[in-house]
Ligand binder design. Structure first.
Ligand SMILES: *[C@@H]1O[C@H](CO)[C@@H](O)[C@H](O)[C@H]1NC(C)=O
Ligand SMILES: *[C@@H]1O[C@H](CO)[C@@H](O)[C@H](O)[C@H]1NC(C)=O
Ligand SMILES: *[C@@H]1O[C@H](CO)[C@@H](O)[C@H](O)[C@H]1NC(C)=O
Ligand SMILES: *[C@@H]1O[C@H](CO)[C@@H](O)[C@H](O)[C@H]1NC(C)=O
Ligand SMILES: *[C@@H]1O[C@H](CO)[C@@H](O)[C@H](O)[C@H]1NC(C)=O
Length: 284
């Protein structure tokens, strides 16, 4: 190789690695840096319960209030779209919850009129089950079992659905938010305390305190469990606590990770998409 050419290449490489001295990003989780790359407006409504399906579509519930009172409606931002659309076929104002069955690649909606499934061909929701309970949220575990929460006695309780039967899950009374991970461990918030019921244990374990004001979401990414309820906090599943707090977020009400590890945060009036950024820091 010609020495001049070699020098030229060398200089090019130096330039390529001549990176900015300060790296500013919007937030940091452990050693990973993220910037907001997109904002989806939701008007006066607050996004809650956000979930990506396996295809990259983002489903979420919006909670709001207008002249008719409170409403919960399900929206979708389809992959490659920047507009949120209402999912057709669902009961208006009373569609509270979304669950993604990763095993079967299905999306379900929990509503006051029953459980609906998303039909990818017609792109609408279709009623599949009408449990005789006022349903507030819906979960699907790793084996595809469905769980609902409802409050027949005034306290939010958890039930496993088995066909048309519902089996009361004891120990979950008066819960505020609940989610199940890919090992069937249940994580839940009750009275601003965060607990886990591991699939192989018979009693819950207290993890830490979280803020909670009526809207929030628990989700999982790799070995971390995240709680978005006003503040954003997280903990490695093997850790015993306390929770770690992510700084630099607005007041959050929803969180969902996509397959590559980028995520959205819900806050009043919008969903913010955060993408991982390479951040080189020069040592002094
Ligand atoms: C992240 O966004 C900020 C502006 O909010 C910008 O100054 C910074 O350069 C971005 N960082 C990266 C690594 O893209
Ligand atoms: C969506 O975008 C990806 C790349 O970002 C592209 O490969 C794909 O073809 C697009 N899909 C549609 C339906 O436009
Ligand atoms: C439950 O499983 C975890 C690993 O997932 C293990 O560390 C723990 O010891 C198990 N506990 C019991 C009581 O078997
Ligand atoms: C959690 O909150 C309780 C009050 O509800 C308080 O007594 C306790 O010290 C808090 N624990 C931590 C680790 O902050
Ligand atoms: C967490 O615990 C599980 C089960 O005990 C173990 O297999 C895994 O290696 C642990 N992960 C870390 C990062 O410590």
């Amino acid at each position: 190789m010609n020495i001049i050419f070699f020098l030229f290449l060398y200089i090019q490489m130096c330039f390529a690695f001549d990176i900015p001295q300060t790296c500013k990003t919007d937030l940091t989780i452990d050693k990973d840096h993220y910037n907001v790359t997109k904002t989806y407006n939701t008007g006066d409504a607050i996004p809650t319960d956000a979930h990506f399906d396996g295809k990259g579509n983002l489903f979420f519930v919006v909670f709001g209030r207008n002249f008719n009172g409170y409403y919960y409606d399900v929206k979708v931002i389809k992959r490659n779209s920047s507009e949120a659309e209402t999912v057709p076929g669902l009961p208006e104002r009373e569609s509270y919850s979304i669950a993604v069955d990763k095993k079967e690649s299905k999306v379900y909606f929990g509503t006051s009129k029953g459980i609906y499934a998303y039909n990818y061909e017609s792109q609408e929701a279709i009623l599949i089950n009408k449990p005789d309970i006022q349903l507030n949220s819906l979960l699907v575990d790793k084996d595809g079992n469905k769980y609902i929460t409802g409050r027949p006695d005034g306290f939010e309780q958890l039930y496993l659905l088995a066909g048309n039967e519902k089996i009361h899950y004891k120990g979950f009374d008066a819960l505020d938010e609940v989610a199940v991970d890919d090992k069937n461990n249940f994580y839940y918030i009750r009275e601003e305390k965060f607990f886990v019921l591991k699939s192989n244990l018979s009693h819950s374990v207290y993890i830490g305190n979280v803020s909670y004001e009526g809207l929030g979401q628990i989700t999982f990414h790799q070995d971390n469990v995240f709680v978005a309820s006003k503040t954003l906090s997280y903990i490695h599943k093997n850790d015993t606590g306390p929770m770690k707090r992510v700084s630099g977020t607005p007041e959050v009400t929803a969180i969902a990770f996509d397959r590559v590890g980028n995520f959205v945060l819900g806050t009043k009036g919008k969903l913010l998409k955060y993408e991982a950024k390479e951040c080189y820091q020069r040592k002094n």
